[in-house]
Ligand binder design. Structure first.
Ligand code: 5RP
Length: 264
């Protein structure tokens, strides 16, 4: 274990280290982006060196691809890999249904494509990312550069129509310039406070011309590996609402009405 980690970094490290042991010889593995995913890449690099672990990776960003190559991990494109056994990635928030907000690192487009092309998605996170209701973390929205100001206005009008009266939308910046994604797009951050119907919100946001993808991951994550600041780790598998004795989330049953029902 690396020395002198802050409590938060220790929590991220232990989650990443635990998930790195889920990778087996011969697997094709999606590698997420962010500080927790960076620990994962380091841990997997260690396993390649010490155990001669042989697996193929598909990174979800240029940053992660560079880290993986430096760690001695074989990197291919998703086109080459076609389908993956496992994707391991961080998250900005996760709720009891394992619906996620991702994109704090601006990579949620590739992350969603890679995770969706995987038999299993495992999220690695520290305990602070667990929430009862998503939305305190601003929801990232990747939009194309052409006409982004118009897209922003349409997003604001949509949010207002959906009842998000105090919402604001900001352009992601990188120092003094607009943040640019690996695909050459921009990110709008949607400050919502609380997201009441993530499924509805995800679908209507993606209908707006200029929107490429939002950072809500719904029915994608199978397992969450939660690291704690005392160094302990909890591995939790997704449980269907019925198995928890609960009704399915309201907007899972409501797909006919999502474009008409504008109240929260
Ligand atoms: C990048 C992401 C990251 O997984 C998310 O931002 C979490 O990052 P970190 O592990 O640094 O807290 O979605 O687009």
């Amino acid at each position: 274990m690396p020395e002198n980690l802050s409590p938060v970094e220790l929590a991220k490290y232990v989650a990443a280290e635990r998930a790195s042991r889920m990778v087996e010889d011969g697997m094709k593995v999606g590698l997420g982006t962010g500080s927790t995913a960076a620990w994962l890449v380091k841990c997997l690099g260690e396993r390649v060196r010490r155990e001669n672990l042989r697996f193929t990776s598909v990174p979800t960003s240029t940053r992660t691809a560079n880290l993986a190559r430096e760690a001695g991990i074989r990197v291919v494109t998703l086109e080459e890999a076609r389908w993956l056994d496992l994707t391991i990635d961080g998250a900005d928030e996760f709720d009891p249904d394992f619906t996620l907000i991702k994109g704090g690192g601006g990579a949620h487009l590739q992350e969603k494509i890679v995770a969706t092309a995987s038999d299993r998605m495992v999220v690695i996170t520290d305990a602070s990312k667990r929430v009862e209701r998503l939305g305190a973390f601003p929801l990232p929205l990747e939009v194309i550069t052409f006409g982004w100001q118009v897209t922003k206005v349409l997003v604001e009008e949509l949010l207002s129509g959906l009842g998000y009266r105090d919402a604001s939308v900001t352009m992601r910046m990188n120092a003094d310039a607009a943040f640019v994604t690996d695909e050459g797009n921009r990110i709008l951050d949607l400050h919502l406070g609380e997201i009441h119907r993530p499924r509805e919100l995800s679908m209507v946001l993606n209908q707006i011309p200029g929107v490429v993808e939002n950072g809500l991951f719904i029915d994608i994550c199978d397992t969450v590996v939660v690291g704690h600041q005392d160094g302990s780790v909890l591995v939790e598998d997704a449980v269907a609402p019925a198995a928890r004795g609960e009704e399915p989330a309201q907007d899972t049953d409501d797909s006919d009405n999502i474009f008409r029902d504008t109240s929260l």
